[in-house]
Ligand binder design. Structure first.
Ligand code: ADP
Ligand code: MG
Length: 403
């Protein structure tokens, strides 16, 4: 079933609409370091404002554990949203308390009110349904409709995702509709060749995705920290690189399954080995089967794929019609180990077809490396949610919108 969309809400003139966003942005000393998630929901909010609605925005930020915690206030987010929108944006320093109530009641059409962090109230994430329903009733009080635009939380049965959507008429915002459509295209009717690139720190985080996507794809390229578990399982010495010893059998099982399914698995042929986990560490480019033969011996750490691998990966990516990439190829946070990730990102920008970047760190990586969101077919804002979608799990926050 398709998601219910904004169009089904009809005339918005004079109505108050509640929008659940995922404004869980990275902050450093109160300064937003990546406003991608705020930008991503601006089109939905603008559409509602243009339609003549007053818009109440709700979101969580961080993990404040059910109590007010100034470090996780949404006030900087409200301020940034005000800079991005042409409309006035107000901020309520409580969520469902007297301040929010007063500001909501007097909110004129064409203006926005951001409520304080949902997770300052323990009922938002409570395991008890009646507590969540009580909180959702307060959130939806006096609103004509609920718009779900926080794709990053659609896999959560939280009050602002699940109960709120049942309390009043509810639809998907533009972001949730787009994310869902792009991820659907990655699992159904993909154009071929279809290549998946996996990296990042842990194999165990990505098992479900490998499992679900393996039968659907043509090539699986593996890099990042997780590749060393695969390499070790194949008998390579990997020095002191990341390795999940409890996943060695699983890694081998996937390699066998891929062969049976005719999926080409591509592992790096060279690696950047560092003497220490440090931005200024000495580094050596090593063939994959000689990692412990460098000057660092068994204490060498593989922190990025090497130039030869980056070039092989890039060629395979550029010749694909569908590419999904999740997980950086190296420790991109340190410039010395960002080359592989940059090469892969650059290759994705050249894909004739659908190129999708998924995962919180991967999205942050392409932005910090200077790429623009428009360089890719799509950058998924929801890490865990996109992975669960790609694992074939049903997501409560989409189900409740008709999916
Ligand atoms: P995403 O959030 O995009 O799903 P992950 O959370 O799986 O990505 O992985 C991101 C992290 O993986 C980054 O912090 C990066 O430093 C780390 N990483 C990548 N390659 C390596 C490596 N070779 N060794 C250690 N850590 C790595
Ligand atoms: Mg991550």
């Amino acid at each position: 079933m398709p998601l219910r969309t904004l169009e089904t809400l009809g005339d918005l003139g004079g109505k108050t609409i509640l929008v659940r966003c995922d404004f869980n942005v990275p902050l450093s000393d109160g300064v937003i370091t990546d406003d991608g998630r705020i930008r991503a929901s601006a089109p939905t909010i603008n559409r509602l404002l243009t339609g003549g609605a007053a818009v109440v925005v709700i979101s969580h930020l961080g993990r404040p554990e059910g109590a007010h915690d100034a470090r996780y206030s949404l006030e900087p987010v409200a301020k940034r949203l005000g800079e991005l929108l042409a409309a006035p944006v107000h901020f309520a320093s409580d969520t469902v308390g007297p301040i929010a109530q007063r500001l909501r009641e007097s909110l004129p059409p064409g203006e926005v009110l951001v409520l304080e962090n949902l997770r300052f109230d323990p009922r938002e994430t409570s395991a008890i349904g009646s507590e969540r329903a009580e909180f959702a009733a307060l959130l939806t009080d006096g609103v004509a409709a609920f718009v779900s635009d926080g794709f990053g939380v659609v896999h959560r049965k939280h009050a602002s995702v699940w109960e709120a959507a049942q309390a009043v008429p509810s639809v998907a915002g533009l972001l949730v509709a787009t994310e869902t459509e792009v991820l659907r295209r990655l699992t159904a009717e993909p154009q071929r060749p279809y290549t998946v690139v996996l990296g990042g720190s842990k194999v165990s985080d990505k098992l479900g995705v490998i499992e679900h996507l393996l039968p659907r794809i043509d090539r699986l390229l593996i890099g990042g920290g997780m590749v060393f578990t695969f390499l070790h399982a194949l008998g390579h010495q990997i020095g002191a690189s990341l390795c999940e010893h409890d996943q060695l059998d699983t890694a081998l099982t996937y390699l066998h399954r891929a062969t049976e399914l005719g999926v080409e698995i591509v592992l790096p042929t060279d690696v950047i080995v560092a003497g220490a986990f440090d931005a200024d560490a000495e580094t050596i480019v090593s063939p994959i089967d000689k990692m412990e033969d460098t000057a660092f011996g068994a204490s060498g750490l593989g922190l990025d794929i090497g130039p030869e691998s980056a070039s092989t990966f890039a060629t395979l990516i550029e010749s694909s019609r569908t590419v999904f990439w999740n997980g950086p190829m190296g420790v991109f946070e340190m410039p010395a180990f960002a080359h592989g990730t940059r090469a892969i990102a650059n290759a994705l920008t050249k894909v004739h077809g659908l190129s999708v970047v998924g995962g919180g760190d991967s999205a942050a990586a392409v932005r910090t490396l200077g790429f623009d969101d428009s360089d890719f077919g799509h950058i998924s804002t929801g890490g865990g949610a996109s992975l669960e979608f790609l694992e074939g799990k049903s997501l409560p926050g989409l189900e409740v919108l008709g999916w």
